[in-house]
Design a protein around this ligand. Structure first.
Ligand code: OXD
Ligand code: MN
Length: 592
């Protein structure tokens, strides 16, 4: 493999600090994958699963204190704190490098440093960005190989002077007190130390494709978003694409792999999965917004995945998949809460401890077999609905942008923004209840603008300004919508069945984009006339639709206050237009 001088120089200087026993440049070949896999199996870093039932599948356990992204240890390191903004942890680059250097020094002693050249986006696409990750974990190499284009091909494309994101990772001693996930947008660099959990260590994903890319996107006038991309093909062959942002663990992968419900099957839709987590979007010469998934694999939440919730995912993860933190059955297969199979009579839980159904801890609480944030890493092309356009250099043209929160109350099932700027406001005021993908208290409501709160690499006030600016650059703007699949009744029961049934709502969204269906204008935006939602084959209890679309003015006025408080946190950097939209909403709520 070509070793360009500028890459070699950087590798040498990082190796001088980390002191690995050896350095291996990954060429991405299958022979290399087999060799590294065998080596990791030998040391116990990964476990080979039952190769008859789960061909090509492996299993890995992370340390018990290292099972989710650690947002409180994740920093944006810019010269000026204001550039990171009030929603990010900030450290000055000088302090960050100093602190991390202490931990990285000698951290790879006795280990190999793997040099992993990777591309986010198809090699040669105007969207694509190249990174090189140095890591002392074979698990990371094997995951990166699934999640990104990786190896000599990428190095060739980089060229002797090519710009690349310098990504450094070491597990070090996995001590949470010596764990740091540091982003240096001014240096195009990422340093991650002390963790082995995917979101913290697969540096092409959240760190590069969102945090660093969001900064590049602002500079270069495009969008790097925490969004799935989904195509809906009509029987006449016409495909419309939507991009949708939901906070972590709110069903993005399920929506991206949606299967039409029974009642809608006769309409002959075909669903195309383009991406389940990240969308890079650019205005093309036709004046439309085009989106591309920079990844090559899925890093999805396992629990709750089954044939009913997501049979496409089940078909995706039955081969060539790396499972992390699920339960291990005696026959070398895996199990998790929400699996189609009944609980195994005995298994090893995600920490490797003996487990059986009904097991309680010393406080009498049920012990879970799989960690709630256990994951699968599976190749994109395993997915039976994967789009034939995944390698297309320009991506797909987007008709609708959907923002979604997990709100037990307040937000109706679906509503449409009045225009682009209102849509930006709607995304900026998004809120959701916390899930297992983040460290912290489950269920607590937090503001999560555009589902980017943990992923925006710069001041979010400037990010909102960038979104407003992008609107003026897109001649044919996608329409913007908000959905909430998670509204509950007075007994806390979900009102909407979700999963495949969500196509009914997406159908209405697409009809709106084609200008084929009227809507009701309300103070918060356009809502459907319920008769315009095709309910063939779905019966709901009486009154459910009314509850799903109810807009409680009093609650919304309280929401306006809460959004105002959140916006206040951005001080004078907040674009005036956001405050104008905020005021307009209050005025509309008070007027009618
Ligand atoms: C993810 C996340 O892993 O958002 O996709 O946490
Ligand atoms: Mn995500």
């Amino acid at each position: 493999m070509i070793k360009y001088a500028h890459v070699q120089e950087w590798v040498d200087s990082m190796a001088t600090m980390c002191q690995p026993d050896s350095i291996h440049w990954c060429d991405g070949s299958d022979e290399e994958r087999q060799r590294l896999t065998a080596q990791a199996v030998k040391t116990g870093e990964i476990i080979a699963l039952n190769q008859e039932k789960l061909p090509g599948c492996y299993f890995h356990r992370t340390a018990a204190n290292d099972v989710a992204r650690t947002e409180h240890l994740t920093y944006i390191c810019t010269s000026f704190q204001g550039d990171a903004g009030p929603t990010n942890n900030w450290m000055s680059p000088r302090e960050a490098y100093r602190k991390a250097r202490d931990i990285f020094t000698g951290a790879m002693k006795g280990r190999t440093m793997y040099v992993v050249p990777f591309a986010m986006g198809p090699i040669g696409s105007p969207f694509s960005k190249i990174g090189v990750e140095l890591t002392d974990s074979i698990y990371v190499v094997l995951n990166m190989r699934i999640m990104a284009r990786m190896g000599s091909e990428v190095m060739d494309a980089l060229g002797p002077q090519g710009e690349f994101t310098r990504c450094l990772h070491s597990k070090a001693d996995l001590d949470v007190n010596r764990r740091l996930i540091l982003h240096f947008p001014e240096d195009n660099a990422i340093w991650s130390v002390g963790s082995g959990y995917g979101g913290n260590v697969l540096l092409g994903k959240k760190c590069l494709a969102l945090r660093i890319a969001s900064v590049l996107a602002q500079r270069e006038k495009w969008l790097a978003e925490h969004m799935l991309i989904l195509g809906i093909e009509e029987p006449n062959g016409h495909i419309q694409y939507v991009a949708a942002a939901f906070p972590s663990a709110c069903g993005k992968t399920n929506l991206a792999m949606l299967l039409p419900p029974e009642g809608l099957k006769q309409k002959g839709y075909r669903i195309w999965t383009v991406g389940d987590d990240i969308a890079w979007m650019k205005v093309d010469t036709d004046g439309r917004l085009w989106a591309l998934n920079p990844e090559m694999g899925f890093f999805g939440v396992v629990p709750g995945t089954n044939m009913r919730s997501n049979s496409v995912a089940m078909a995706t993860i039955n081969r060539d998949t790396i499972y992390t933190n699920v339960a291990l059955n005696p026959d070398g297969t895996v199990w998790w809460e929400g699996h189609d199979d009944p609980p195994p009579s005995e298994a090893l839980d995600w920490q490797g401890r003996p487990w059986k159904p009904g097991l309680k801890d010393k406080d009498g609480n049920a012990v879970l077999a799989a960690h709630p944030n256990s994951r699968f890493t599976a190749p994109f092309t395993n997915c039976p609905t994967h789009s034939f356009r995944y390698n297309q250099h320009h991506g797909v043209a987007i008709d609708a942008i959907i923002f979604g929160g997990r709100r037990a109350t307040l937000a109706p099932l679906v509503y449409q923004a009045l225009d682009w700027n209102h849509g930006v406001f709607l995304g900026a005021s998004m809120a959701s209840e916390r899930t297992a993908a983040q460290f912290g208290a489950l269920g607590e409501v937090r503001r999560d603008p555009m589902a980017m709160l943990p992923f925006c690499g710069y001041n979010m006030a400037d990010y909102f300004g960038h979104w407003l600016d992008m609107g003026s650059r897109i001649k044919f703007q996608p329409k913007i919508f908000h959905v909430n699949w998670f509204r509950t009744d007075e007994n806390g029961k979900f009102l909407w069945p979700g999963f495949g049934e969500n196509l009914r709502i997406v159908e209405w969204i697409l009809a709106r984009c084609r200008g084929e269906v009227q809507a009701v204008e309300t103070p918060i935006g356009y809502v459907p006339d319920p008769k315009d939602i095709d309910m063939t084959g779905l019966t709901m209890p009486n009154g459910s639709m009314d509850k799903l679309f109810a807009i409680a003015r009093k609650d919304w006025l309280a929401e306006v206050d809460a959004v105002g408080q959140f916006f206040d946190g951005f001080g004078t950097r907040m674009p005036d237009e956001m405050w104008r939209q905020h005021e307009l909403l209050r005025t509309r709520l008070l007027a009618k």
